[in-house]
Write a protein that binds this ligand. Structure first.
Ligand code: KG4
Ligand code: ZN
Length: 360
């Protein structure tokens, strides 16, 4: 099933075409990061309008790159979680596209898409099949959790953050220090110049579920330290040794917290492969630590190419193919977007509000 996919859940408009074996034929992205960086976070209404502006051109370019649109067999689109207005742009566009061309349509969960990015290849190889048990870390600006994934790409959440996502905590600490949005990549670079043991920071534990984790206390402790040491900057280039030291210590603590459940999860589930995905999976320390953990545990670690760690449509196309293989499809006249995580327990705040809060 040659598949075209649309992803508009947050601040990247993405379109991709995959052939029936999951080979990436075209994967295009229009990032809005610069537009939002002047506000210090994603502005939902601006994101929706930018998606609307970008989609026509991206679809046209993807079809040009991949050949005849008559050759398409399936349309896949992210239906949630994410910013509801932004999602709706993609969902309505994909529905009209599928309806107009008489193609089947599948709605895909954004996190199920991320979980597939380590199995994709940018050099033209087919997608790898999922093994019988994958232990998958998904860490992004809106989500952080560990999942067990079946060969059909059916995930079961094993543990998660109770408050901020890992990427969100990077973004917030960067903002307080005067660094640009998104904070994760800047912190990754500055932390390489710092001393990880310079600042002592907590690694909070959750009492009622020891595998769940939390970043809010750690983030606040880092912000308190930055104020106590009067650390502030105007740009990445102007950052002092004190800032690099704080960021190296903070980054280490975030990665420690993310990886803390791994040995126990490994013992419990005996996975064939361990993966990481989502924007934070671009972090160089996290990648290094996961490879080391894989060697210690004697298990394969599969990481996505850097270009596929952040939001992209290739992962959504692949998730669409696996959803179609499971027998799923949507009526393009009747399906809708949803803002919150499927696995979210009642009472947890929505991802939509999370992202808006990054402005605060
Ligand atoms: O997956 P993604 O593009 O969008 C969401 O679904 O949220 O993830 C974006 C997040 C941002 O919070 C960004 O700061 C973080 O990923 N990020 C990183 C790195 N690159 C992006 N965090 C740590 N280190 C990086 N190298
Ligand atoms: Zn994402």
């Amino acid at each position: 099933m040659r598949t075209i996919a649309i992803e508009t859940s947050c601040d990247e408009t993405a379109v991709a075409v995959l052939d029936g074996d999951g080979r990436i034929v075209s994967s295009l992205l229009a990032s809005q990061a610069q537009t939002h960086s002047r506000y210090g976070g994603v502005v939902p209404e601006v994101a929706s309008r930018e998606h609307l502006r970008a989609l026509d051109g991206l679809i046209e370019a993807a079809l040009e790159e991949s050949g005849e649109k008559d050759a398409l067999d399936l349309v896949s689109v992210t239906s949630g979680p994410g910013l509801i207005g932004a999602l709706l742009v993609g969902v309505r566009y994909a529905s009209a596209f599928a309806w107009g061309l008489g193609l089947p349509l599948v709605a895909v969960d954004h996190l199920e898409g991320h979980m597939l990015s380590p199995f994709l290849d940018l050099e033209g190889a087919p997608a790898r099949a999922l093994p019988s048990c994958t232990l998958a870390l998904v860490a992004s600006g809106g989500h952080s959790g560990w999942y067990r994934v079946t060969p059909e790409n059916r995930p079961e959440r094993l543990c998660r953050t109770r408050d901020d996502a890992a990427g969100e905590s990077f973004d917030k600490v960067a903002k307080v220090l005067g660094l640009p949005y998104p904070g994760g990549p800047v912190i990754d670079r500055l932390a390489r110049r710092g001393d990880q043991s310079a600042v002592t920071l907590p690694r909070p534990r959750i009492k009622d579920n020891p595998l769940d984790f939390s970043f809010s206390g750690l983030k606040s402790a880092a912000i308190r330290e930055s104020r106590r040491r009067a650390l502030e900057t105007t740009s990445e280039a102007a950052s002092s040794q004190g800032i690099c030291d704080l960021l190296a210590s903070f980054e280490l603590a975030v990665i420690d917290v993310l990886l803390d459940p791994l040995p126990e999860l490994y013992q419990l589930h005996q996975p064939d492969v361990i993966t990481a995905s989502g924007g934070v999976a671009a972090n160089s320390l996290l990648r290094r630590r996961l490879v080391e953990a894989g060697k210690t545990l004697g298990v394969e670690v599969l990481l996505p190419p850097l270009e596929l760690t952040t939001d992209n449509a290739a992962m959504i196309a692949r998730a669409g193919q696996l959803a179609w293989a499971r027998g799923e499809s949507q009526d393009p006249r009747r399906f809708d977007a949803r803002s919150s995580e499927k696995w979210q327990p009642p009472g947890m705040r929505s991802n939509c509000r999370d992202t808006a809060r990054r402005l605060g």
